[in-house]
Design a protein around this ligand. Structure first.
Ligand code: NAD
Length: 262
């Protein structure tokens, strides 16, 4: 698995497995399938209600804890230490590899400061943000001690966040794509440009999408509950897109959310 080096030198797989909208009862099976398939980055959140399933799968897999990278996300509240400890317990681990603030709540700088403390205490290896834009992002980076290692944002071929990527590069914050397939919206899997490129490479549209994002230096966390799709989605490291393919896909960018959130 290819990795990226975060701004604090922690290595993170560039491709992982997302577990949003997977029920708690299904999570253990899905994460075990993903680990068996070769995924080593699992992306969960307190909001998903399935951290315990991730913890069970990681423990049951027999894979050494330090070979698996776990991301979880919290929402700001008055007891951030309590939130972090609750995640550690559900995930059955002594440390979280990457902890993110899930979305802007208003008192996020205070939350972020507690997260910085948790890095110093060894409970968390890297910290970052999710769904932070504009002034909210600036408020953290202008006042923090530890720069966010990532900002996890809706990112896919129709919403590529090219300007933000250039901006983040300056302080070493990685863009991590949530919904790299846009959850299949806007007929993404049937797009004729993507389908044409996929045919040329004898690949699937899903593989072309992930390859494009990875070649753009974006961390991706596609989700599927089907093992054959997990296999398909991880098999993107044995081919590459040429400059012309990349330009064609870049031209699909509408710079607009498919979810109407931003
Ligand atoms: P996604 O874009 O990964 O789409 C997932 C859907 O695509 C699947 O349910 C399936 O229907 C389809 N799919 C997957 N592989 C396929 C394949 N090979 N061929 C055809 N169809 C395929 O959507 P997502 O789950 O929303 O996003 C991925 C992960 O990002 C989540 O699981 C979660 O971990 C994270 N996420 C984070 C936030 C956030 O606010 N930070 C929001 C949404 C998602």
């Amino acid at each position: 698995m290819e990795t990226v080096k975060l701004n604090n030198h922690v290595e993170m797989p560039i491709l992982g497995f997302g577990v949003y909208q997977i029920s708690l009862s299904d999570t253990k099976r899905c994460v075990m399938d993903a680990l068996e398939t070769g995924y080593r980055l699992i992306d969960t959140a307190q909001y998903y209600g399935n951290e315990a399933g991730v913890g069970e799968a990681v423990t049951a897999s027999g894979i050494p804890r330090n070979k698996i990278f776990i991301t979880t996300k919290i929402q700001s509240n008055r007891n951030v230490t309590g939130l972090i400890d609750a995640s550690l317990e559900k995930l059955r681990t002594d440390y979280i590899d990457l902890l993110l603030i899930h979305w802007v709540m208003g008192n996020d700088l205070a939350t972020y400061r507690v997260m910085e403390e948790s890095v110093k205490q060894g409970k968390v290896r890297a910290i970052g943000l999710s769904n932070f834009y504009g002034r909210d992002f600036d408020n953290i980076i202008n006042h923090c001690e530890i720069m966010p290692a990532v900002n996890q944002l809706e990112t896919h071929v129709f919403y590529q966040n090219r300007d933000l990527r250039a901006l983040y590069k300056k302080n070493g914050t990685y863009l991590e794509a949530w919904a790299p397939f846009g959850e299949g919206k806007a007929n993404m899997f049937k797009n004729p440009i993507l389908a044409g490129i996929a045919r040329e490479h004898n690949r699937t549209v899903a593989q072309v999408i992930l390859r494009f994002l990875i070649q753009s230096d974006i961390i991706v966390i596609p989700k599927s509950t089907h093992k054959e799709r997990m296999v398909e989605n991880i098999n993107v490291f044995d081919f590459s897109l040429c400059e012309e393919d990349m330009r064609k896909i870049e031209a699909l960018d509408k710079n607009e959310s498919l979810f109407g959130w931003y």
